[in-house]
Design a binder for this molecule. Structure first.
Ligand code: C2E
Ligand code: CA
Ligand code: CA
Ligand code: CA
Length: 284
């Protein structure tokens, strides 16, 4: 295949063809994965910065492909959102999350931990609150132990139907977390217009805290402090995402951030692995 500039058009066509093939492959993997039960949830602890103890776990989707191994979610989710299969995948992950939270609850100090589940805009159909109540009831989980993570995409059009569903979810006693905070167009306006319970500061801001190349004049520290102050004034708890270093951890603690999540504390783990770590009292 020619790759020189003279034949740019040809290279471009080939790239589009590759993309189309790759996309078709993802879509066929999704169908096979739903039929073959290849989807699973891995769990990443969210810790209290003052104690280092997990207060909850984020459920992160993985596809265990029989020949390709364990696949990460980003491109799968993107395809599933476009084709609508996200609804089905979301139901499977919610079920896994609830079943595994029930198992975790038996371990010492884990009875009050929560599970946080990511939801795409398409999942906010009118039947969702009733389905959540059903899943929680079946696994005997108090609603306050389920957190629904949404991004600005869910709030963007201020759809009255979605607003009603979010209200019903909160009336059940579940909490709403606004994910990837600060990366969208109008993060601040969303926390003032919607009753968000938890703000998750996007990992790009956390990485900038200790990266001189993306932190001109120490401004990312001001940004994180500002997000913390505004969130607390609006009665939201604050979680810092993507904490990778001790330096980031101690800065965030100094700034009064409540909770944190990231490789520094733990990578996302399979439930078996997580349970044996927690029962051994290890944290890494
Ligand atoms: P997210 O919700 O922002 O999840 C956090 C992502 O950051 C996860 O990637 C996690 O593994 C990664 N991460 C955690 N700690 C660190 C760290 O210290 N450093 C770095 N560099 N990364 C860290 P993952 O698991 O690949 O998930 C990617 C995205 O896929 C998620 O981003 C979420 O938007 C989406 N996703 C995952 N599971 C689901 C699901 O069940 N449903 C929906 N709708 N989306 C999901
Ligand atoms: Ca999330
Ligand atoms: Ca996030
Ligand atoms: Ca994200």
């Amino acid at each position: 295949r020619k790759r020189d500039g003279k034949n740019g058009a040809q290279v471009y066509d080939a790239a589009i063809l590759d993309k189309t093939r790759e996309r078709a492959e993802i879509e066929s993997d999704i169908s096979a994965g739903i039929a073959g039960k290849w989807f699973e949830a891995h769990f990443q602890p969210i810790v209290d910065l003052t104690t280092g103890i997990p207060i909850g776990f984020e459920a992160l989707m993985r596809m265990r492909h029989p020949s390709k191994g364990l696949l990460s979610p980003s491109r799968i989710i993107e395809a599933a959102e476009e084709t609508g299969t996200i609804a089905e995948i979301g139901r499977l992950i919610l079920e896994e999350a609830a079943a595994n939270l029930a198992r975790l609850s038996g371990l010492p100090d884990m009875a009050d931990t929560y599970v946080a589940v990511n939801f795409s805009p398409l999942q906010f159909e009118p039947g969702l609150p009733a389905r959540l109540a059903g899943v929680l009831g079946r696994h005997a989980i108090r609603p306050s132990r389920l957190i629904i993570e949404i991004t600005e995409a869910v709030l963007m059009h201020d759809n009255p139907e979605i607003r009603a569903v979010l209200n019903e979810i909160q009336n059940l006693g579940c909490r709403i977390a606004l994910d990837d905070f600060g990366t969208g167009y109008s993060s601040l306006s969303y926390i003032s217009r919607f009753a968000v319970d938890i703000v998750k500061i996007d990992q790009s801001f956390i990485h900038s805290l200790t990266d001189a190349s993306t932190d001109v004049g120490g401004k990312s520290k001001m940004l994180v402090e500002g997000i913390r102050a505004i969130s607390h004034q609006m009665n939201c708890e604050v979680v810092a995402e993507g904490v990778e270093t001790e330096q980031q951890r101690s800065l965030l603690l100094e700034m009064g951030i409540d909770y944190a999540q990231g490789y520094y504390f733990s990578r996302p783990r399979e439930i078996k692995e997580l349970m044996s770590e927690l029962s051994a009292g290890a944290s890494g």
